[in-house]
Design a protein around this ligand. Structure first.
Ligand SMILES: [Zn+2]
Length: 492
């Protein structure tokens, strides 16, 4: 069964196939804007795409999946943050790029090899080149201040993805966001969008030479993705994904720019994951429900549980995230591990050997089981991640009931089952085990433990004792050795 995925453009389930003669599947996702930590709503999208990428790797082989995800390191938000903090733009964006990478590692996302994590400021030339082509072809025009705009009515296909009608693009429409008074004065039409923004004093020293005939300035946000996907994946990509919040105008604009410039299909398939709600409401700072990874880790949750909780709903439906769902995810992970320990024992296999088998690159082809079970069917059917997780649990339940399954009984059969489970855990990125994982120990707990160890070494036993109690209250015990210590969850 091939992978079938909903295509937001044709609005139907369509099979995923590489279209290039080299058989390499080209997959692009819009990456983060690096001016602050990403929140869990952003991470829901990145995790869904990580599972999709892992699934493609599992089916096509790592050499046949080329995945690119950009870093937006120049736009209004990054420039404003640098100005507010009185720091160079590159300093601010490096800080938040590093933090994004650390969060991705903690959440067990597969790393992206250079050069496939391109940064916008590293591709100014490519963006300017595209803008110049669009100006020459009559799809873009210069405004009196030296900015360049895309002329939306020059592209008859505009609106195909979002089904935006002309009437919805009138001034004051919610689709256009905040009134763009300054820009709107200069644009020929309200729906036109910026490809190049002429320098303004508030941009400080952020500016590059512009396209021929335009002023010095910086690229608009939309052209970044068109230029970077073209450079690294080619003019036509097999799959473009992102959060549903990017569907309009960002992705609509990417299609317009790329197709007018290149004269060919931009993306053959579009995939959008839905919003994350927190406690039934849209996330916002004012409601106090906007969580980052660090916020949740400080509450004692492991990144693995956060990953599982964020993947627990169908990617194309809104997911309501609650702290209760995180508690449930923590117990689910422990249950997965205890099932595996039990089965490894029955198969005469060391649990450590099993966990190593789940590391990337796993031996995909070896696991016949992967090809016969509902987990794979669920993922191939529009990336039904909760269906896959549910299938995995129901199989554990059947097999644990005294190993009654007629087909999985002998140590060899159990080992084969475990090889399949290893593939499933890899594809879901749940190959992180509570008892094995450094990540499973919350940062706040690690900090307490470090303080207690320092106090003990300094023979400040009163402080060390008080800290031991704090650790116990957080659910952790500290086992001291001669040269160091070990943290273990308190058994309840
Ligand atoms: Zn993008």
């Amino acid at each position: 069964m091939p992978i079938r995925l909903y295509d937001s453009l044709s609005r139907e389930l369509r099979e995923l196939h590489p279209s290039h003669p080299d058989g390499v599947f080209r997959f692009y996702t819009c990456g983060p804007t690096v001016y602050a930590p990403a929140h869990i709503g952003n991470f829901r999208t990145f995790l869904v795409n990580d599972v999709l990428r892992r699934l493609l790797i599992l089916e096509l082989g790592a050499d046949h999946v080329r995945y690119a995800r950009n870093i937006t390191d120049v736009d209004d938000k990054t420039i404003r943050r640098a100005r507010e903090e009185g720091r160079p733009l590159a300093d601010v964006t490096k800080q938040w790029t590093d933090k994004f990478h650390a969060d991705c590692r903690a959440l067990n996302c597969l790393p992206i090899d250079p050069p496939f994590e391109p940064i916008a400021t590293g591709h100014i030339r490519e963006q300017v080149d595209m803008i110049e082509v669009l100006m020459r072809k009559g799809n873009a025009y210069r405004t009196p201040d030296g900015s360049v705009y895309f002329k939306v009515d020059s592209f008859p296909g505009y609106g195909a993805l979002s089904r935006v009608k002309e009437r919805e693009l009138q001034p004051g429409s919610a689709l256009l966001g905040k009134p763009q008074t300054a820009d709107a004065d200069e644009k020929e039409d309200i729906s036109d969008f910026a490809l190049w923004k002429a320098w303004k004093p508030e941009d400080g020293d952020v500016r590059w030479p512009g396209p021929t005939g335009a002023a010095a300035g910086r690229p608009g946000w939309h052209i970044e993705c068109s230029a970077m996907s073209k450079k690294h994946l080619g003019e036509t990509i097999d799959l473009h994904s992102g959060g549903v919040d990017l569907l309009f105008p960002h992705h609509e604009n990417e299609i317009a720019q790329s197709q007018c410039c290149n004269g060919t299909t931009f993306a053959r398939h579009w995939y959008h994951s839905e919003f994350l709600l927190v406690d039934g409401k849209k996330m916002s700072k004012s409601l106090g429900n906007l969580y980052t990874l660090d916020d949740l880790v400080a509450k004692g949750f492991s990144p693995a549980a956060i990953r599982l909780a964020l993947l627990s709903g169908h990617p194309r439906k809104q997911l309501n995230f609650t702290l209760d769902s995180l508690h449930a995810a923590e117990s689910a992970l422990k249950s997965i591990e205890s099932n595996l320990v039990f089965l490894c024992d029955r198969a005469g296999m060391a649990f450590d050997d099993f966990t190593q088998d789940c590391e990337f690159p796993v031996d995909f082809k070896g696991a016949k089981w992967w090809h016969t079970v509902g987990v794979r069917d669920a993922l191939h059917d529009d990336l039904n991640i909760p269906g896959a997780i549910g299938d995995l649990f129901s199989r554990f339940a059947v097999i644990r009931q005294g190993i009654v399954s007629p087909s999985i009984n002998s140590p060899e059969e159990i080992r084969e089952f475990l090889a399949g489970v290893g593939n499933v855990l890899f594809v879901l990125g749940l190959n992180v085990f509570p008892s094995k994982s450094e990540n499973a120990i919350p940062t706040a707990v690690k900090t307490l433990a470090e303080k207690r160890w320092a106090a003990k070494k300094a023979k400040d036993y009163a402080t060390a004792d008080a800290l031991r109690k704090e650790l116990a209250a957080a659910g952790w015990s500290m086992l001291d050795g001669k040269d160091g210590y070990r943290l273990e969850p308190v058994k309840r």
